[in-house]
Each structure stands twice: as structure tokens, then as C-alpha cells.
Design a protein around this ligand. Structure first.
Ligand code: 6R9
Length: 675
């Protein structure tokens, strides 16, 4: 075990024991550690009985015949959950509450201007979902078709997702920060013929020309025959294509206020969500209906303690899995209220989150460390004037939460009363894998906590591929038993799914992260073991960014012969991207003759990545270098580049595999000279 892992494991339990903290719900579902342990044991040793019982939380159109079906052991063949069952996700999230409590608020919307916020009740939500569903059907959308949604955090994004699910189609949400190139790739890969978008987005007074971005992307997507445009500002024009565009809400208003949901099989795909992996092409992670929905429902209920009386505020965008599971499906499947927030945490003031918690009596607040790091800079005094007493649980997601941020969150936002649920999970897992449970499991700062029901963690030796069973242990974080909300495939590419998750460590589902586990079973996440960089909680593959740099042209000619992208520590965003690029000979000549200035080329490269992938992916710095550190077999040693940027050139480690060691001093000079 490394010193670092040992250090982590010695972190004491925080002074306020969790049992002294209030549970996250007055109607607690898991009451104490003994009950957690008993339920956990059952969920692992007898998942069929456990999840069979838990599945009663969903409404079924047809009961399933078998809880878990798979051939052979573990993951060796696609496990299927709730086989033979039929249900509909939008019925579970909307109808059953609209029938029982029609006037209860389902969605609270907050944008830039708090005065212009509004709420939507469950009965109103049902009408809007039904009308959108019929509009989609009228445009030919059928069971199993993929509909792309490119929308900012608005109620219409939720309505669109649920409308797609209502008719048995599959939604593919694309984060509204993505650029035309990234949208095009995802629309084509998912074979979408229908896209739902809006005229404009609004963030901290900035107006985003959403429709224009989509139009640009769709220039290369001839198969898209319909674009549903949510017209948010009827008073201002936006580019229209009469042959393709359908304007909402006008076009939906003529449909009936109710249409029956289409029951689908448990394993029927509910959505695709594209995420980055080690290789360039983003993967369309495919989630199924019953297992996913149950995972979302149970984690929201048991970890955050959400009941129908609660208001959950998840700041994560619906373009990411956090928004899917904890801003949409989790809260609505539990009949609770969800806050959909379109603006930024610092607009108009850095107290926006606390203001929302206070005004709407938010009971569970869920955000990412990157936002907390930003807000912490403004001091805690500005938080003190808000009444945050409604809060019962605080969630953190996307990256490890550093101890000082954890303490700030716990002390000043939670005021020492709320458990910090450091939730560890990923797009592929569908719902939380590891977290503290308020009032149940004690918190250890630095640790995400204990596994959720049905999650059997394994620490695997990266070299031998064998599970390390002694405790404490450190290695690759894997899961050794199927769980209901795991992604079922990569869209249209099950072989890639197997190669990425099942084959690296046979018998286990590989998460991509390293971790350690202490003698009490507490899990400490170490970070990605592949070439994935986490910028503000957004997963980016270095290969994806590299390919956009390599595709870059200037004056019609390719700019770079090769490049390497690495992630470096960043105070606010957690990690930031740094590019090392080698210019094409013509560009080198132009630089040498003074025709081109290196700074301009660096800026141009940053702009190209912004344009190709999205503003959030903009590299912090582009270094123009003569060569990259490569092994004799041509593999780029990104580790060396990371150390050089971090100023740790004395700790470059083993360099004997480099084909040309003289590149190292040259790189160190380049980084110093291009500060
Ligand atoms: C939900 C989400 C997944 C990657 C994951 C890991 C990192 C997420 C974390 C965490 C440490 C936590 N990650 N939660 N690392 N502690 N509590 O973020 O999904 O966008 O797919 O990212 O994020 O590295 O592998 P996704």
C-alpha cells in the first residue's frame, strides 16, 4: 500500500458522529447501522429477494417473472433484471402522483431572474408530457426510436425526456454546452431523426443562440427530419427552417391533455447518454427502464432520504447523468419536488444557491466540489443570513471532495447538522454506488463511505487481475455482482461495452477508477486510471481533445503533426486541460520567419477545441513544442508531461523507456518560456 493510501485510511471519523445527526427524512427508510448491514447482506447474498421486495416501489403494468436472469456467473453474459415485467417510466414519474396529489409541485424552475421563476404541478406536468408525447408520435417517433434533446436546464427538458419515455422511445440528452461538432457526432451515432431544442438559452445575462448551434450541427445530419423548437421568447426571432422545424408549445396545444403511456419491457432502453472514455469516440451508454428507474428511486429515497414531501435541488445539468438521475428520475419517481436551475451559482450574487434553498425550503441539496470551491472563495459570512434549516442532506458528486471543502460544506452550509453524502458513481452505474447514509453510516472525510444495496465492491490488483480480499487494500475499483441500474450496453456496440468494462478484469465490472478500502469497508476513491480528465465534473477523454487539435486547420492547412493532452490540477475546476502540440513544418517555418506568432497559434488552438467540443473543454494552455516524450514503441508518456507542467521535474520517474531522453529538458524549457 502506498503512503498516500495509508494516510487516507488514518483519517479519523469526524467529531460529530452521524448517529447524532438527524436522519435525512422524518420517514426514514433505513434507520440505523444494524438495519443497513442486514439489508446490505441480503441485497448481496439474496439479490432476488431483496430487489424483488424493493421493486414494489414501482408501478408495473405486468409483473415480472424473474428478478435477475443471467447465464453463468456474474457479468459473463448480459444480466437482465425483472424479466417479463412491463412498465412505463413516465407513468411512474408523473401519472401516479398526478392521480394522487394533482396539485403538488413537481418542478420549480429558477433562471437568471428569480422573479421570473415558476412552478409546475404534477397534473400540469402530466398534460405537458402527454401533449409533447403526441406531438412526437405525430412526427413518426415510434417505440425504440432515439430522440436527441439539446436543451438547457428548463422544465421543457424534463417534459421532453418524460414524453419520449412515455411513447417507448429512447432519449439522448446532449449537454447544452456542447458545440455543433459534438452534437453532430452524437446525433449521427444515435441515428436520431428527431431533435428537441429551443430558441435560446440564458445564463448569467448571456444569451446563447441554441437554435443556431443546432442548425449548424444538423447541416451534416441529413437524417434529421424534425426539429421541435421550444420557443422561449416569442418576442425575439430565431433562425427557422419551415420544412423541418415544429414550434412548441403552439404545435402541441392542439393535442389531447391525456394520452396513455406505452408499457415497455423492463430491459427496454430508456435513454442513451454519451460519455467520454479512453478512446476518442464518445460512448452512448445505454440504460434500461426498470433497473435504472429502480436504482434512481431507491438511492434517492434511501441515501438522500427523499419523501414525497421533499424538495430536492440537484444543480447538475440534465446533460449529465447526475441531472438524469437526481434532477429528474429520482425525485419524480419518489413523488417529490425537483428544482431545475438554469443560471450559475454566482449570478446575480454568489449566494444564489442559498437563496434558492431558503425560498423553496429545499430539503436535499446536491452539487459538485467544483461549485463549492468557487463559492468558498466568497467567504461563509454571506451564507449566514440565509435560513438553511430546511436542509437535511448535502450531496457532493463528480470528483473527490477535498477535506477543506468538505468541512466548509458541512459547517457553513449544513451548519453541522447535515450529513455530507459524498456520492461516488458514474454514468455507467446509473445511480449511486457508494455514499454515506444520513443518520445511518458514520462519515469519514476523504471517504465516499460504504456501498449501496446490491453493490459488491472489489479491489483488484491491476497487474494480476485478482481481487485483493485482505483489508485495507488498494487497487482498481471494480464491482463483482450485477446491480439493477448498471448500463446495459454502448449503443449499437456491445463488443465495445465488453471490451471496456467486462474484459479488463474478467468476472468484474471495471469502473475506470482506482480506490482503496479500509478495514471497516470504507471506500476512498483515487481517481481515473485511464486517460479521462475531469474538468468541473465533466468527463473528457484526452483522445477526444487530441483529435480536435489534430483536425485543426489554419489557412486551409493542417496545423499540428502531433499532440498530447494532459489533465493538471486546478484550484476551481479540479482539473484543467493542457495541450502539448508539435506544429506542422509549414507552420514552424512561418513562426521562424516571423509570419506567425506562437501566442496566436496557441490561442487559435484553444478556440478550435472550444468550437469543436464546447467552451467547458477549452484548454488552459497550449504549449508548442518540438517533440513529445515517447517510448520506443511510440506511446506518449503523458505522465512526464503532467509532472513537467506541475513543476515536478525532479520527480519524473522512470525515463529509460523514452526513445529520446533529450526531449525532456527541451520540454521543461518550453514550459518555462511559454508561461
Ligand atoms: C456521477 C458522475 C464519473 C467519474 C468517476 C470518478 C469521478 C464521481 C466521485 C468521483 C471521487 C466521488 N467521480 N463521483 N470521484 N469521488 N464522489 O460524476 O458521472 O460524469 O460519468 O463521471 O467521476 O472518477 O469515474 P460521470
Amino acid at each position: 500500500m502506498t503512503l498516500e493510501a495509508e494516510k487516507l485510511m488514518n483519517v479519523p471519523t469526524i467529531p460529530a458522529p452521524a448517529t447524532a445527526l438527524p436522519p435525512a427524512s422524518s420517514e426514514v427508510h433505513v434507520r440505523n447501522m444494524d438495519q443497513y448491514k442486514a439489508l446490505y447482506e441480503q441485497s448481496i447474498n439474496d439479490p432476488e429477494t431483496f430487489f424483488g421486495e424493493q421493486s414494489k416501489a414501482l408501478s408495473w403494468d405486468r409483473d415480472f417473472d424473474k428478478v435477475l436472469y443471467h447465464v453463468g456467473n456474474n457479468f459473463s453474459d448480459s444480466p437482465a433484471w425483472f424479466v417479463g415485467g412491463k412498465l412505463n417510466a413516465s407513468y411512474n414519474c408523473v401519472d401516479r402522483w398526478a392521480l394522487q396529489t394533482p396539485n403538488k409541485v413537481a418542478i420549480i424552475y429558477e433562471g437568471d431572474d428569480a422573479e421570473k421563476g415558476y412552478s409546475i404541478t404534477y397534473s400540469e406536468l402530466l398534460v405537458r408530457v402527454c401533449q409533447m408525447a403526441q406531438l412526437l408520435q405525430s412526427k413518426g417517433v415510434k417505440v425504440g426510436d432515439v430522440v436527441t434533446i439539446y436543451l438547457p436546464m428548463t422544465p421543457e427538458a424534463v417534459i421532453s425526456m418524460l414524453a419520449v419515455a412515455r411513447i417507448g422511445a429512447i432519449h439522448s440528452c446532449i449537454f447544452a454546452g456542447f458545440s455543433p461538432g459534438a452534437i453532430k457526432d452524437r446525433v449521427i451515432d444515435s441515428n436520431s431523426h428527431v431533435v428537441i431544442t429551443c430558441d435560446k438559452g440564458y445564463r448569467a445575462t448571456k444569451v446563447i443562440q441554441t437554435k443556431k448551434i443546432v442548425d449548424e450541427a444538423l447541416e451534416s445530419c441529413p437524417d434529421v427530419k424534425t426539429v421541435v423548437v421550444i420557443n422561449r421568447d416569442p418576442s425575439s426571432p430565431f433562425p427557422q427552417n419551415p420544412e423541418r422545424d415544429v414550434i412548441y408549445p403552439d404545435a402541441a396545444a392542439s393535442f389531447k391533455s391525456y394520452c396513455a403511456p406505452v408499457p415497455v419491457d423492463s430491459e427496454h432502453p430508456l435513454f442513451l447518454l454519451y460519455t467520454s472514455g479512453s478512446t476518442g469516440k464518445p460512448k452512448g451508454m445505454q440504460h434500461c427502464t426498470a433497473g435504472y428507474l429502480l436504482g434512481a428511486l431507491l438511492t434517492t429515497r434511501h441515501i438522500f432520504g427523499v419523501t414525497p414531501d421533499d424538495t430536492l435541488f440537484t444543480s447538475g445539468d440534465i446533460g449529465w447523468i447526475t441531472g438524469h438521475t437526481y434532477a429528474v428520475y429520482g425525485p419524480l419517481a419518489n413523488g417529490a419536488t425537483t428544482v431545475i436551475f438554469e443560471s450559475t451559482p454566482v449570478y446575480p450574487t454568489p449566494t444564489r444557491y442559498w437563496d434558492i434553498v431558503d425560498r423553496h425550503k429545499v430539503t436535499q441539496f446536491y452539487t459538485a466540489p467544483t461549485a463549492l470551491r468557487l463559492l468558498r472563495q466568497y467567504g461563509h459570512e454571506i451564507i449566514d443570513k440565509y435560513d438553511l434549516s430546511s436542509l437535511r442532506a448535502l450531496g457532493s458528486v463528480g470528483e473527490p471532495i477535498a477535506e477543506e471543502i468538505w468541512e466548509w460544506y458541512f459547517n457553513y452550509v449544513g451548519r453541522g447538522r447535515c450529513t455530507v453524502c459524498d456520492t461516488y458513481w458514474l454514468t455507467e452505474s446509473g445511480s449511486h454506488l457508494v455514499s454515506s447514509i444520513p443518520g445511518v453510516t458514520p462519515m469519514k472525510p476523504g471517504s465516499a463511505g460504504l456501498p449501496f444495496f446490491g453493490i459488491k465492491p472489489a479491489i483488484v490488483d491491476p497487474v494480476s487481475g485478482h481481487e485483493i480480499t485482505e483489508r485495507p487494500a488498494e487497487g482498481v475499483f471494480a464491482i463483482s455482482q450485477p446491480w439493477p441500474s448498471m448500463a446495459r450496453s454502448i449503443f449499437n456496440d456491445y463488443a465495445r461495452y465488453q471490451d471496456t468494462y467486462l474484459k479488463p478484469y474478467p468476472g468484474f465490472f471495471f469502473t475506470g477508477d482506482g480506490a482503496s478500502i479500509d478495514s471497516e469497508g470504507y471506500i476512498f476513491i483515487g481517481g481515473r486510471m485511464d486517460d479521462v480528465v475531469n474538468v468541473s465534473g465533466h468527463r473528457l477523454s484526452t483522445a477526444e481533445v487530441e483529435s480536435s487539435v489534430l483536425d485543426a486547420t489554419m489557412d486551409g492547412e493542417s496545423m499540428m503533426t502531433e499532440c498530447a493532452v494532459v489533465g493538471v490540477d486546478d484550484e476551481i475546476t479540479g482539473q484543467a486541460l493542457v495541450v502539448f502540440a508539435v506544429c506542422e513544418p509549414w507552420l514552424k517555418d512561418d513562426i521562424a520567419s516571423g509570419k506567425k506568432i506562437p501566442q496566436d497559434i496557441s490561442i487559435e488552438t484553444i478556440l478550435i477545441v472550444r468550437k469543436e467540443i464546447g467552451p467547458f473543454a477549452a484548454p488552459r494552455k497550449v504549449y508548442l513544442v518540438d517533440d513529445l516524450p515517447k517510448t520506443r514503441s511510440g506511446k506518449i508518456l503523458r505522465r512526464v508531461l503532467r509532472k513537467i507542467v506541475a513543476g515536478e521535474e525532479k520527480q519524473l520517474g522512470e525515463l529509460s523507456t523514452l526513445s529520446d531522453p533529450s526531449v525532456v529538458p527541451a520540454l521543461i524549457d518550453a514550459v518555462k518560456n511559454q508561461k
